[in-house]
Write a protein that binds this ligand. Sequence first.
Ligand code: FAD
Length: 357
Amino acid sequence: MSTLFQTDSFQNLLSHLASLPCEDSSDFWPAAQLTAMAQAGVTTWDIPPDFAGLDLPPVDMLEGLRQLASASLVATFVLTQRTAAVRRIATSDNTTARQTLLPALCRGDIFATVGISHLTTSGQHLDKPLVGVHETESGFELSGLVPWSTGATQADILVTGGTLDDGRQILTAIPTDRKGLAVQPPMQLMAMNASQTGAVRLDRVQITADEVLHGPIERVMSQGTGGGAGSLGTSALAMGAAGGTLHGMRHETDRRPELLEYVTPLQREHDELLTGLRQAIAGEHPQGAKAGEQIRQQANSLVMRSAQAWLAATKGAGYVAGHPAERAVRESMFFLVWSCPQPVLAANLQEFACPVR
Ligand SMILES: Cc1cc2nc3c(=O)[nH]c(=O)nc-3n(C[C@H](O)[C@H](O)[C@H](O)COP(=O)(O)OP(=O)(O)OC[C@H]3O[C@@H](n4cnc5c(N)ncnc54)[C@H](O)[C@@H]3O)c2cc1C
């Protein structure tokens, strides 16, 4: 693993992020956190070297994200949606898009996000695709509703896509000031409100053929475009959130050593799961390809149980709005619904349905 994360400057970044205010409100945007990350070079991590980036190997990328998430979950989540956009651009054959967008993304001069869940998870039970695409003389026209996009309110570029009548799909990078593209006000969420997550309406949005990143092709998201739902990155974030929560709970043990009885096994579980996550990223997990879903399920479980343990330990004071423990409980629920593949969700539901013995 890279020594980058042991450096004083990275550790200072973590302390700085943890100290910055971050309101759980959609009127708030973690601009200071994102600027601090860009200044520390975090926006270079996912960019190919041809465009002045570091293109960190996955093991380092995920370690970095995990540590950042332990200091500021919301800002790191926003960063992952930017990374998801970067990956779709960087893996595209579209040289113009790569040359135009990647240098500015690397410097942190522009912000890009994704609205792609309707191509993988959201609305899959509906008869009609949420975003329809028609071929035009110069390219394509997109209409419909992108149901989820984090930080679209702040984005210069939205990576999204839709489905043609014949079932093929495209992914494209659209400037958010494009005619017909209307970012909806952020939804009021249970937590993570500062991510300014909301829908984006597309009303006959025209794109030229050279704005297409991937496709037209069937199941465009499964075509090596840069990671799908429930990838190990989502587990890294859940592990980071669990680590941050356990850190908070350990503080409580300074005054109340009897709580160590509960923190210690949770910390042990965290450390073992982290070893498994690192093995899976390196392709060395004994469960092989099956490890990813299992780790995400266990990380979901750990982040929720740790947060609830912290809340129980902090008693009524922890239940008062604004206490970090109640916020951790609400934030931990995010992992049940964000980029959560069906088998993981089923396993988490199974755990909820199990009687206590
Ligand atoms: C805070 C947050 C931020 C997010 N940010 C992004 C982002 O930046 N980009 C992005 O692409 N995605 C994002 N997502 C989306 C996320 O990754 C998931 O895709 C999303 O949470 C899936 O939920 P859904 O309600 O869209 O699922 P759906 O499957 O569409 O379910 C919606 C509702 O439909 C009904 N339903 C579901 N299945 C059936 C069925 N078989 N039959 C009948 N009814 C059914 C249920 O009542 C369900 O409540 C975000 C999600 C959250 C919560």
